[in-house]
Design a protein around this ligand. Structure first.
Ligand SMILES: Cc1cc2nc3c(=O)[nH]c(=O)nc-3n(C[C@H](O)[C@H](O)[C@H](O)COP(=O)(O)O)c2cc1C
Length: 207
């Protein structure tokens, strides 16, 4: 079993990092022989989409050396994703959306011929059978029915993009109100939620 852990907070002692670390710790207890792949987007500087991306859907033999060199990062990140059974992502809310580092990772892994294909009925995701757990942290609260719900450009986007590449099984855990008095108790409750998720997930795999 393989777990891919992705962190995208700029802060080393961040809330989302504490929570993805907690998930890994619990997952390891249940998968002692499992492998954890870590991708820290605060220290891995990913390329932006450039003109070389025009070759992203081509066979390696059709690429120029410069395109091949540019696409090597995307190839590697997609291999990490394809190898994983479970993906846990730490996604702080920045300006009502995701950090640009996480968007840069998404831009590298959503790739025609590798994670998306086109058929008679349009686009279809080429990945399958992976569980995605996304842990967010937010200064405020954007829950269902709240006045700020409409400003949550994080969960709807992430749900859509993972579904687009064939991974509709996405669970969100939100550590909200991190800029407010209730930050501590909320964090403790979310850590417990994460522990349950890791256990529940290993039970699903065992059946
Ligand atoms: C650049 C930046 C932008 C932020 N934008 C928002 C925002 O739009 N809404 C919000 O509720 N919190 C916002 N916050 C607060 C963070 O979401 C909060 O501090 C969260 O704990 C960050 O996750 P981390 O602890 O994993 O780094 C922002 C923080 C930063 C640094």
């Amino acid at each position: 079993m393989k777990l891919l852990r992705i962190d995208s907070s700029a802060r080393s002692s961040s809330v989302t990092r504490q929570l993805t670390a907690k998930f890994v710790e619990e997952w390891k207890k249940n998968h002692p022989a499992g492998e954890v792949i870590q991708r820290d987007l605060a220290t891995t500087v990913l390329p932006q989409i450039t003109d070389h991306w025009a070759g992203a859907h081509l066979e390696p033999s059709q690429l120029t050396p410069a395109q091949r060199n540019y696409l090597a990062t995307s190839d590697h990140l997609i291999e990490e994703l394809q190898a994983a059974d479970t993906i846990v992502i730490g996604a702080p809310m920045y300006n009502f959306a995701i950090p640009s580092s996480l968007k840069a990772w998404i831009d590298q892994i959503v790739r025609m011929g590798k994670t998306i294909g086109y058929g008679p009925s349009g686009a279809r995701g080429l990945l399958a059978n992976k569980r995605v757990i996304i842990v967010t942290a937010r200064g405020g609260a954007y829950g269902k029915g709240s006045p700020a719900e409409k400003f949550d450009f994080q969960e709807p986007y992430l749900r859509h993009i993972f579904g687009f590449i064939g991974l509709p099984d996405v669970t969100f855990v939100h550590a909200e109100n991190q800029a407010r008095e209730e930050a501590g108790p909320r964090l403790a409750a979310v850590a417990e939620e994460i522990r349950h998720l890791a256990v529940e997930q290993s039970q699903q795999v065992a059946h």
